[in-house]
Design a protein. Structure first.
Length: 325
């Protein structure tokens, strides 16, 4: 199995590996089937940009580093319900949010590696909620690496999950302000979690919004969320490969983002997720098959000989570029 852009789909050699959902979270196309040309055109009209496929190249790649699709869709549903409740000016179901947060924290704690499913593998109506789930999964991996305790991870996750909640609220203020003003009045929501919504567009050098905070004035959780937020947008909305998205974050290290947290992010988020086709420094093409420990030194399988090697055991062998289908 591997993730590809919809435009790269080849009906002759590929079939769906994971289902495609519509805006109501119903299965539109089931896994294990080919995509008819008329359905392919419909998916393009729906602006679905990524799909998971099985083909000869990706045989044997399980992508266990992903959150399973049903759990991801359940998480998206809870976020959607939460946002719609707030939009309707009803009371926030904090218990449901905490239940989801506990599940996401558990998923991150039990895995060495977790990669995200791009939010643009769904219709536009679901992307805001999928984005929030993805940002939370990314943020939790950094929180785990820093050594946050269970209560701190919960506050970080609640803040990340609700960081964009202001986007569904009425008012002329920036969504960061609207979200903060709403969350800080919720007694069961930590003020630290509310500050994630408030500060996730502040920049390390003081050029961000809404208050132009800088450096240590920005809370740790908001710094983490800001990096996860930008990475998710780069990979999903702008369709930038993860290794290039990480390079963009490194270029903004010290200006937009904390250098230390960017370093932790780069060390703990896979640059080349399993299923990525790559060209090696020896001129051979390969596919990434799995990641055991080192995020930038995965296992790869040569496309010509099918030999699988660990790049950790071959320090002079480098990935020089990704290869399209």
């Amino acid at each position: 199995m591997r993730l590809i852009l919809l435009d790269e789909y080849n009906e002759q050699t590929m079939q769906l590996a994971k289902p495609i959902y519509d805006r109501h979270r119903r299965v539109l196309l089931a896994a294990g089937r080919k995509i008819d040309p008329k359905y392919l055109e419909r998916l393009k009209q729906m602006d679905i940009r990524y799909i998971f496929v099985d083909d000869a190249v990706s045989e044997g790649i399980t992508m266990e580093e992903l959150l399973d699709m049903p759990s991801w869709m359940d998480a998206i549903e809870i976020v959607q319900q939460t946002f719609e409740t707030v939009k309707a000016k009803q009371s926030l179901d904090v218990r449901n949010v905490f239940k989801l947060v506990a599940m996401l924290v558990d998923e991150v704690n039990k895995r060495k590696v977790l990669t995200i499913i791009p939010s643009t593998s769904l219709e536009a109506d679901l992307r805001l909620y999928a984005h929030c789930v993805n940002v939370t999964l990314l943020a939790l991996q950094i929180g785990k690496k820093i050594g946050l305790n269970s209560l701190q991870l919960r506050d970080l996750a609640v803040g990340a999950l609700l960081h964009d909640i202001g986007k569904v609220m009425d008012g002329k203020e920036e969504h960061t302000v609207k979200g903060f003003e709403y969350l800080r009045k919720e007694r069961e929501v930590s003020l630290l979690a509310a500050h994630v919504a408030y500060q996730h567009h502040e920049f390390h050098d003081g050029t961000g919004a809404p208050r132009g905070l800088n450096g240590e004035q920005i809370h740790l959780y908001a710094k983490i969320c800001a990096i996860a937020n930008e990475f998710e947008h780069l990979v999903s909305s702008q369709q930038i490969p993860p290794h290039e998205a990480l390079e963009i974050l490194m270029a903004k290290s010290g200006s937009h983002h904390s250098q230390e947290i960017v370093r932790l992010f780069v060390e703990n988020i896979p640059a080349y997720p399993p299923g990525t086709k790559v060209k090696m420094s020896n001129g051979k093409e390969a596919i990434v098959t799995k990641i055991i420990s080192h995020m930038q030194r995965p296992y790869v399988r040569y496309l010509d000989t099918h030999e699988e090697i660990s790049l950790i055991d071959h320090p002079s062998l480098l990935i020089v570029e990704t290869v399209s289908v």
